[in-house]
Write a protein that binds this ligand. Structure first.
Ligand SMILES: [Zn+2]
Length: 50
């Protein structure tokens, strides 16, 4: 993985790769893990990248 194209993960709807620039919200879950919401550049849906 290159430094300039960090990925948040993949869209659970269409499996498109979601770059870090599409991050909308970052939050801390009850268990201390970091959760994120991002907009999928392909299908336009707000998703939790997997
Ligand atoms: Zn998608």
């Amino acid at each position: 993985m290159s430094d300039d194209t960090q990925l948040l993960g993949h869209c659970p709807n269409c499996d498109a790769a979601i770059p870090e620039a599409w991050l909308l919200v970052k939050y801390t879950k009850d268990n201390g893990a970091t959760g994120i919401w991002a907009e999928c550049p392909d299908c336009g849906t707000v998703v939790a990248p997997a």
